[in-house]
Design a protein around this ligand. Structure first.
Ligand code: PLP
Length: 359
């Protein structure tokens, strides 16, 4: 009898991955894509110029590795965030920081507590890293449930403020309690920090057990380049860098993010101000339609509706992409709409009026 050919047996995959699916959101070409909270104002001008300059040297630079840990970019982030360069880890989007943090700081089988609803990747990365996800529902006032999170005695706790997809901000009192009393490390995701009035990024290093994550994908308008960062104590950052691995930020991305911090911060702040004003007008217009959007400190609104999928589909017929969230904890069905300049939002309002009257 001959031995079975190599590679002929059934493919064995990880049992714990069977409940996971690859991230997949519908991405059809639409006139207005308001589905993913990226900037509707385009990329920042100096960053775009840096990419063109990079392209001119591409024949040489394309063949080389980027820097190992982005020292220049980290110095610029340090000045922007009000911390020291060695209190920063950069990565391929803040997703990469979340993933690396779980790998670096939790042993497989330990708990990751997170607020619910929140950013779906918290749960996905937990399972992908063999952690046990523990969802703790938000309070009736859309605050984090500090007691519930603390009582879960998780090795790692994930908070997001302003929170995606609710847009709501956790109270300082509740966050302080979690930071003081949680048994392990607390990650505070500030992907929308530039739109909010409160931020924890500057105080993260001195608190020791906190990592704040941020990104260039939202207010800075550079989602295509995949640059994010984490801020925390030197000890924490050192551990995360071990898990992250080298060369995670590509050289064109590094150049563009550096240029954005050198020259585009006023552009970014003006963009944030225009989004906040457009959000205010959009909120009023939706209320006039009889809807009750959740309060938002981010660049999107979450709007409870009867049938989220049906409304998303009807809006697609108007060339408008939004994200449907059926059956969210505490909220029920809801749609999340990113905020564009008011002329676009006013068209969204007209489309919504039509869609709701047909529903
Ligand atoms: C968009 C988003 C991110 C992902 O950011 P990247 O830097 O693009 O990976 C992280 N957290 C939250 C809450 C987000 O909404």
């Amino acid at each position: 009898m001959s031995a079975p050919a190599l590679g002929s047996g059934p493919l064995s995959t990880r049992p714990s991955y069977r409940g996971l699916t690859a991230y997949n959101v519908e991405s059809v070409p639409l006139r207005f894509d308001l589905s993913d909270n990226t900037s509707q104002l385009g990329a920042p001008p100096a960053a775009a110029r840096a990419l063109v300059e990079f392209a001119a040297d591409a024949a040489v630079l394309g063949a080389r590795y980027p820097s190992l840990y982005s020292p220049v970019l980290r110095e610029l982030i340090a000045a922007y965030a009000g911390v020291a360069p060695d209190e920063i880890v950069v990565g391929c989007g803040s997703d990469d920081i979340l993933d690396s943090t779980m790998r670096a700081l939790s042993e497989p089988g330990t708990r990751l507590a997170f607020m619910d609803p929140t950013f779906v990747m918290a749960r996905t990365f937990a399972i992908a890293n063999s952690l046990v996800p523990v969802a703790v529902p938000l309070t009736a006032e859309w605050d984090i449930d500090a007691d519930g999170l603390i009582e879960s005695r998780a090795q790692l706790t994930y908070l997001c403020t302003p929170n995606n997809p609710t847009g709501t901000t956790a109270s300082r009192a509740a966050i302080e309690r979690v930071l003081d009393e949680a048994s392990g490390i607390v990650v505070v995701d500030e992907a929308y920090g530039e739109f909010a009035s409160e931020a924890y990024v500057a105080e993260a290093p001195s608190r020791g057990r906190v990592l704040v994550t941020r990104t260039f994908s939202k207010a800075f308008g550079l989602a295509g380049l995949r640059v994010g960062y984490g801020v925390g104590s030197r000890t924490l950052i050192g551990e995360i860098e071990k898990a992250r691995g080298p060369y995670k930020v590509t050289s064109p991305s590094e150049r563009a993010a550096e240029a954005a911090l050198r020259e585009d911060v006023p552009w970014m702040r003006a963009g944030v101000a225009s989004v906040v004003e457009s959000r205010r007008q959009f909120m009023e217009a939706l209320r006039a339609l009889g809807l009750t959007p959740l309060p938002s400190d981010a660049n999107f609104l979450l709007v409870p509706v009867k049938d989220a999928r049906a409304i998303a589909q009807a809006l697609r017929a108007h060339g408008i992409g939004i994200r449907a969230f059926p059956g969210l904890t505490r909220v029920g069905d809801a749609i999340r709409i990113s905020i564009a300049p008011w002329p676009i939002m006013s068209r969204v309002v007209s489309a919504m009026r039509e869609v709701l009257s047909c529903a």
